[in-house]
Design a protein around this ligand. Structure first.
Ligand code: SF4
Length: 102
């Protein structure tokens, strides 16, 4: 009986840790430029590679880190974007939804 309780506690702790790790990994998934929404918005992981012919509004110096829709923490290399609710964007990325921070 005592062993059974101990095993239950160990398995419960392992399960909780596994769930927490899974949620962390999920939160850090990055937007792929080949995702349909990313393609539609001209998203690139390196702003310097933005398609300037297709998106003439792009100007040098624009990137996710200076966009009002970027919600990453200070000092992070990637973070959430209002336009891509499920995944993170890299701080040096860019898309046609770019809106300069005020
Ligand atoms: S809206 Fe802004 S933060 Fe989001 S992907 Fe486009 S440039 Fe980056």
């Amino acid at each position: 009986m005592k062993n059974s309780r101990r095993q239950f506690l160990i398995l419960s702790a392992a399960g909780a840790a596994s769930l927490a790790l899974h949620n962390t990994v999920q939160a850090q998934a990055l937007v792929s430029p080949s995702d349909p929404q990313a393609l539609a918005l001209g998203f690139v992981t390196d702003a310097a590679k933005a398609d300037k012919a297709k998106f003439p509004q792009y100007t040098a110096g624009q990137h996710c880190g200076s966009c009002a829709l970027y919600q990453g923490k200070a000092g992070s290399t990637n973070g959430p974007c209002v336009l891509f609710a499920e995944k993170h964007v890299p701080i040096n990325g860019w898309c046609s939804g770019y809106t300069k921070k005020s």
